[in-house]
Structures are given as structure tokens and as C-alpha cells.
Design a protein around this ligand. Structure first.
Ligand code: RTP
Ligand code: MG
Length: 140
């Protein structure tokens, strides 16, 4: 296993529900190290660039609308096997199918508004982390 960094977003629904602190606390409790953190609001075009891998999917326009509908909180977490472990803590994409105790079960509303994003591979993390943070902002 390797020490990895992964990009996590508290999505606009999580910010509106005031559960960003609970999401951060969960990753701290699970032993990850916080490497970077910021609040920002994406334009629809920026959301489209972030989720460019999904551009042919039927939910792409709805996803970009939602991700630009309010502020988000972007963060980078570091730890052993962080990419897969963070995905497990988040739970299934659809909160109705997510296991008890996962962040999406706890805080998600539906398959679109599902509270959190986490990088799904090293390749994705290598695109997503520099999308939000410069090297100077990443403090390991
Ligand atoms: P994410 O990228 O946000 O961490 O989510 P994920 O890997 O679990 O799911 P993915 O397939 O990458 O989808 C990205 C986001 O698109 C929205 N979505 N909507 N309406 C739909 O059927 C649908 N499917 C996906 C969700 O917000 C999902 O997190
Ligand atoms: Mg994904």
C-alpha cells in the first residue's frame, strides 16, 4: 500500500445543510491528514471542466448545474490507500443504496445531490488536485 492524496469536495448540498464540519471531522477521525482546504463557488463551465470525463453522460448538464448552484468546500486528504478508503467512507453514488454510516447515507439527498465527491483513481487525483490547488497550497 502507498500513501496517497485524494481530492474531496463537500458539494453544494452539504454546504447548504451545514455539515461540512461533520465531513471534515469524519476524515480526521479515520486518521487522514488534511493537506489543503478552501471554499469556493464554481461557474457552470468550471464544473463542466472538473467533470469532463462525464461529458457524454445523460446527467452531465444536471450535474454541472448542481455543482455550480452554490459554494463548495474543496479539500485534499492524505493517508495510506486514501483514494479507495475515502470512497468507502463516502458510500455508493446513490445515497439510497449507500451503507449505513457512510457520508452519503448520512448527508446525501439523492443520486445527484449526494453530499461528497472523492477521486476514483490515482489518475483522477492527479487531474483533480491541481484543478483546485497549487503546489504551494499543499502542505503535507
Ligand atoms: P463523484 O465523482 O462525485 O465522487 O461520484 P461517483 O464517482 O460516485 O459517481 P460518478 O459516476 O462519477 O458520477 C458523478 C456524479 O454525477 C452525479 N450523478 N447523477 N442522475 C444520475 O443518474 C447521476 N449519476 C451520477 C452524482 O452527483 C455523482 O456523484
Ligand atoms: Mg466519480
Amino acid at each position: 500500500m502507498a500513501v496517497e492524496r485524494t481530492l474531496v469536495l463537500a458539494k453544494p448540498d452539504a454546504v447548504r445543510k451545514n455539515v461540512v464540519g461533520k465531513i471534515i471531522a469524519r476524515f480526521e477521525d479515520e486518521g487522514f491528514k488534511l493537506v489543503a482546504l478552501k471554499k469556493l463557488k464554481l461557474t457552470k463551465e468550471q464544473a463542466g471542466q472538473f467533470y469532463i470525463v462525464h461529458k457524454e453522460r445523460p446527467f452531465y448538464d444536471e450535474l454541472c448545474e448542481f455543482m455550480s448552484s452554490g459554494p463548495i468546500v474543496a479539500m485534499v486528504w492524505e493517508g495510506e490507500n486514501a483514494i479507495a478508503r475515502v470512497r468507502a467512507i463516502m458510500g455508493a453514488t446513490d445515497p439510497a443504496k449507500a451503507e449505513e454510516g457512510t457520508l452519503r447515507k448520512l448527508y446525501g439527498s439523492n443520486v445527484g445531490e449526494n453530499a461528497v465527491h472523492g477521486s476514483d483513481s490515482v489518475e483522477s487525483a492527479n487531474y483533480e488536485i491541481p484543478f483546485f490547488f497549487s503546489g504551494l497550497e499543499l502542505i503535507g
